[in-house]
Design a binder for this molecule. Structure first.
Ligand SMILES: C[S@@+](CC[C@H](N)C(=O)[O-])C[C@H]1O[C@@H](n2cnc3c(N)ncnc32)[C@H](O)[C@@H]1O
Length: 287
């Protein structure tokens, strides 16, 4: 009898045999089996010669099939680690990226000399940036804005689980925040161009389109956030933005045009230009 890929003999098979037959990288098979069986990865390793129960085999096979068809591991297991914390994720939110930890680090440097600083995270998604900052700086007053109701529900749930103090606001960028000013605004906005072929590849195929692209050339959301920032920054307040590795020059130009001082781009560990920012000291339209 022909068997589907990854569907080899399972009755009586040990965990190790089942994992080996999944047609997945070993680490992925382990993560998915741990999820299906409700075991930690250490428990799994110590039990890999045992024979799993039929419902566990069925659950693992379903997860493995979904993974083989490309679904991101983070959505299949329901979480992703970011800045040392476990964030719940669903297909309503972007899966937090390691690159974005760089933005958190630069933000924490800006906050270092400030006492009880006010912070705004625009487009919070899972709440990754807002909560990483709130947990690292419990004295900070952090607000997180997001347009997607479904994403905001994921962020709120992460706030409860991680016990981070964040004010969650449903808002189209600054729309629901009129009159409010902050010492720091951070954002990892949708900056991929609509025609970028990467949207058709890997995990990006499964992530919310509005979290990835502005629907045009990738500079629309960045521009709106930059132009709106002076009216929402305290004197001397900073704006820090994540962007594509090839967008730094355009982002710096937009920051200059909006009147920002100290306009800088920081390279990530791979040497790529991924974070730019500046401060309003003051900007036109600012205080
Ligand atoms: C690249 S994701 C970043 C998510 C999260 N901050 C992170 O770094 O993992 C961009 C987020 O911006 C949100 N977004 C897109 N357009 C928006 C708008 N007009 N106003 C507010 N949020 C928006 C998306 O829903 C998405 O959650």
């Amino acid at each position: 009898m022909n068997r589907a890929r990854g569907e080899s003999r399972a009755v009586g098979a040990t965990v190790a045999e089942l994992l080996a037959s999944a047609d997945l990288p070993p680490r992925e098979a382990q993560i998915l089996f741990s999820r299906a069986a409700g075991l930690s990865r250490i428990e799994l390793i110590t039990r890999d010669q045992t024979v799993p129960a039929e419902p566990v085999i069925a659950a693992f096979r379903e997860l493995a099939a979904r993974r083989r068809s490309g679904e991101p591991i983070a959505y299949l297991v329901g979480y992703r680690e970011f800045y040392g914390h476990r964030f719940g994720v669903s297909p309503a939110v972007l899966i937090p990226r390691p690159e974005t930890e760089h933005l958190v680090e630069e933000a924490l440097k800006v906050l270092a000399p400030l006492v009880t600083p006010s912070v705004l995270d625009l487009g919070t998604g899972s709440g990754a940036i807002a909560l990483a900052l709130a947990l690292a700086r419990p004295d900070a007053r952090v607000t997180a804005a997001e347009r997607s109701t479904a994403a905001l529900a994921v962020a709120r749930a992460n706030g409860v689980t991680l016990k981070g103090s964040v004010r969650w606001v449903e808002s189209d960028w600054y729309e629901a925040l009129s009159g409010a000013r902050y010492d720091l605004i951070v954002s990892n906005p949708p900056y991929v161009a609509l025609d970028d072929r990467h949207l058709q590849e890997g995990d990006l195929r499964f992530e919310p389109r509005e979290a990835l692209t502005d629907g045009s050339d990738g500079h629309g959301a960045l521009g709106r956030i930059i132009r709106g920032a002076p009216a929402h920054l305290e004197p001397g307040g900073w704006l820090l933005l994540e962007h594509g590795f090839d967008q730094a020059r355009a982002v710096r130009q937009a920051l200059d045009e909006a009147g920002f001082d100290g306009v800088t781009t920081w390279k990530d560990l791979a040497g790529l230009d991924r974070v730019s920012g500046g401060f309003c000291g003051p900007c036109p339209g600012g205080l």
